[in-house]
Design a protein around this ligand. Structure first.
Ligand SMILES: *Cc1c(COP(=O)(O)O)cnc(C)c1O
Length: 365
């Protein structure tokens, strides 16, 4: 049988592992930070109508410039942004790939601050961009001084900041983004996949007069649209032109464009559960210490918690009960998505039973 190593694959891809969050259909899926609330039926009907209309035209290529979608996204974001400031692709992962194709690549580097979104280094690998890292401050925070000194030391072509950070949930001060921009002559990308769950200003407020600042967003998380694959980015129109050089023509299908435009017309309904999800997040943060665990601060829709003696054993015990959470590879930690009220109750009750069954999960105090 042929193995990967028998093939003439690129040397720099040998030994790498693909992204692989488990996809298991269990009753409580809290492992990839989706919005676990289904979209409202009335909105679904409107989306289906829009997609049905688009199907009648699929003998033609779609609008390569996805003009209507860029108009809808600019209106959704506000901050004085115009369609010329907007880019979109099949998930923000593809947006990030476009950014690294245009501004990274062989001989260039991108700086990140682990633990951070695992796809950042995987997309760097895929585009031949060197992934360089620098350490965070205590409790996964990042100060302006820490970020600026890492940039001055590493001199990367691109800096990736994740705000709030996945998998830790850590919020990022707007002063840190300003300091990073001032410290680098290169591109600064702020990944704001969880922006709708965070209180306070976003990097969008810094875009004016900062042509090297790129802010990526997604419809996969708060917007309850993960299965449709729509991510986007806001930046100076010149940066958007750079992304046009590397995208494949017609990369966003007519069906995707129609579905996204229809969903954005119902943004309020699509985002209606965000406050409830934040309440469930805060409920977990409040409940976990009494169970012997140490949750970290989170401005997103998930919680990273420490104090787990054997993350693998806890993961497996919960999985046996039909509850899927995430082992993100941080020693003695696990990550759980904030779901519905009922899902949160099932998760917390199961965790409490584990403790009562003989301290399987908790570390010795
Ligand atoms: C989930 C996530 C994304 C979203 O990816 P899509 O391709 O838009 O689904 C992007 N960045 C971070 C940090 C994430 O956690």
């Amino acid at each position: 049988m042929t193995s990967l190593n028998d093939l003439p694959i690129r040397d720099d891809l040998r030994g790498k592992t693909p992204y692989g969050a488990p996809q298991e259909h269990v009753r409580v899926q809290l492992n990839v930070n989706e919005n676990t609330h289904p979209i409202p039926e009335g909105v679904a009907t409107d989306i289906v109508t829009a997609v049905a209309r688009a199907v009648l035209g699929v003998n033609r290529y779609p609008d390569r410039e996805f003009t209507e979608l860029r108009e809808s996204l600019a209106a959704y974001l506000g901050h004085g942004l115009a369609p010329e400031n907007i880019w979109a692709a099949n998930g923000s992962n593809e947006v990030l790939q476009h950014v690294l194709q245009a501004f990274g690549g062989p001989g260039r580097s991108v700086l990140g601050f682990p633990p951070t979104y695992s796809m950042h280094s995987i997309i760097a690998d895929g585009t031949g961009t060197r992934w360089v890292t620098a350490e965070r401050d205590t409790d996964y925070r990042l100060s302006a001084a820490t970020v600026a000194s890492a940039i001055e030391r590493e001199r990367p072509d691109i800096v990736f900041l994740c705000s709030p950070n996945n998998p830790t949930g850590t919020p990022l001060g707007i002063d840190v983004i300003e300091a990073a921009y001032d410290a680098t002559p290169g591109i600064l990308l702020v990944d704001e996949a969880y922006a709708e769950f965070q209180d306070g200003p976003t990097a969008l407020s810094l875009l004016a007069d900062r042509p090297r600042l790129l802010v990526s967003r997604t419809m996969s998380k708060a917007f309850a649209f993960a299965g449709a694959r729509v991510g986007y980015l806001a930046a100076d129109p010149a940066a958007i032109d750079a992304l046009r050089l590397v995208r494949l023509p017609y990369h966003l299908s007519a069906l995707t464009q129609a579905a996204a435009v229809a969903a954005l017309a119902h943004a309020d309904e699509m985002l209606a559960m965000v406050d409830d999800i934040k309440a469930q997040r805060d409920r977990m943060i409040a409940a976990l210490p009494a169970l012997g665990y140490t949750p970290h601060e989170s401005a997103a829709n998930f919680v990273l918690f420490g104090g787990v003696a054997d993350p693998h054993a806890v993961f497996e015990s919960l999985f046996a009960e039909g509850i899927l959470i995430r082992d993100v590879g941080i020693p003695n930690h696990l990550r759980v998505t904030a779901g519905t009220d009922a899902e949160t109750t099932i998760f917390l009750d199961a965790l409490a039973r584990l403790g009562a069954a003989g301290d399987l999960g908790r570390m010795a105090p």
